[in-house]
Design a protein around this ligand. Structure first.
Ligand code: ZN
Length: 287
């Protein structure tokens, strides 16, 4: 396993973590100042500059783009389906413009949210999952043509209704294997410790994933968790054995960036310089 206490090249910060900085330019400059080698930006941050200028800004600061967020949220009503498709294709094109080989993170989306209240469609989890697979199949040729790998991210089951109806690594890999039986690299998984740490099949899933692991996200699970979205913990403050999961990931062959992704009202309230210093310290000690 890589020794992250001395390894200064593996850290990436998912820019949602630095939301308080209020935009890509500030984030890029702060990361460069603190010697953070890579970032994974979000679409709304790129939108102001456009992908080409954003890519130049990041490159000129000496940073690497480790991933792009995000596409997906497939489960919609039929009327919105084409709109979602078009938007996801645009996300692929932006990822392509940002950097060669940078994976695009794709989240599933929850139950169809625009069906009639109480109708079967709003409760049909199986149909929602089938729709996700259909739409991934739809998006995959476009992503392949653009050279953008899709990193499908299963989400914690507490988010199954609103954000992600695929909840285990095993489910995500089943889809990857059906859509890409040759393992050609066009589609793989994003493994986020926050979403998968509880899964009794995790070790088997990671070993099965092998080179399909396209990105690896870390933070921690706080007890108690006070908010389903915005109460993720800093590494070391919660109950996840992050090094044990990283060992599994690296044993499976993953050598890419380890991306810190912390949605947290508490950390967004802290000065960004303190936050980045804390991330660097915790990364060395608890990842
Ligand atoms: Zn994640």
């Amino acid at each position: 396993m890589r020794d992250l206490s001395t390894d200064t090249h593996s850290l990436s910060i998912n820019t949602v973590t630095l939301r308080a900085l209020g935009g890509l330019e500030n984030i890029v400059h702060a990361c460069a100042r603190h010697g953070v080698p890579a970032i994974a930006p979000w679409r709304h941050e790129i939108a102001t500059l456009g992908p080409a200028r954003a890519a130049k800004l990041i490159r000129d600061a000496g940073l690497v783009v480790s991933g792009y967020l995000r596409a997906g949220f497939f489960a919609g009503d039929t009327a919105r389906r084409q709109k979602i498709r078009d938007d996801n294709r645009r996300a692929v094109d932006e990822a392509a413009a940002l950097g060669v080989g940078c994976p695009l993170v794709v989240v599933p989306g929850g139950l169809p949210q625009f069906a009639q209240p109480g109708s079967r469609a709003t409760k049909d989890l199986g149909a929602a999952r089938a729709l996700v697979e259909e739409e991934l199949a739809e998006l995959l040729p476009h992503a392949r043509a653009a050279g953008v790998p899709l990193a499908f991210e299963p989400l914690h089951p507490m988010q199954a209704a609103e954000r992600g109806c695929n909840n285990t690594l095993g489910q995500a890999l089943d889809i990857c294997e059906r859509l890409d039986p040759e393992d050609s690299g066009g589609i793989g998984v994003a493994v986020d410790v926050y979403h998968v740490w509880w899964d009794p099949e995790l070790a088997a899933g990671i070993s099965r994933a092998g080179k399909r692991i396209l990105t690896f996200h870390v933070c921690d699970w706080l007890t108690p968790t006070r908010h389903m979205l915005n109460d993720r913990g800093m590494m070391g403050d919660g109950v996840i054995d992050i090094p044990a999961i990283r060992r599994l990931i690296e044993n499976a062959g993953y050598r890419g960036f380890v991306e810190v992704e912390i949605f947290s009202d508490a950390w967004w309230a802290v000065s960004p310089d303190t936050l980045i210093t804390t991330i660097r310290d915790r990364f060395r000690r608890f990842v």
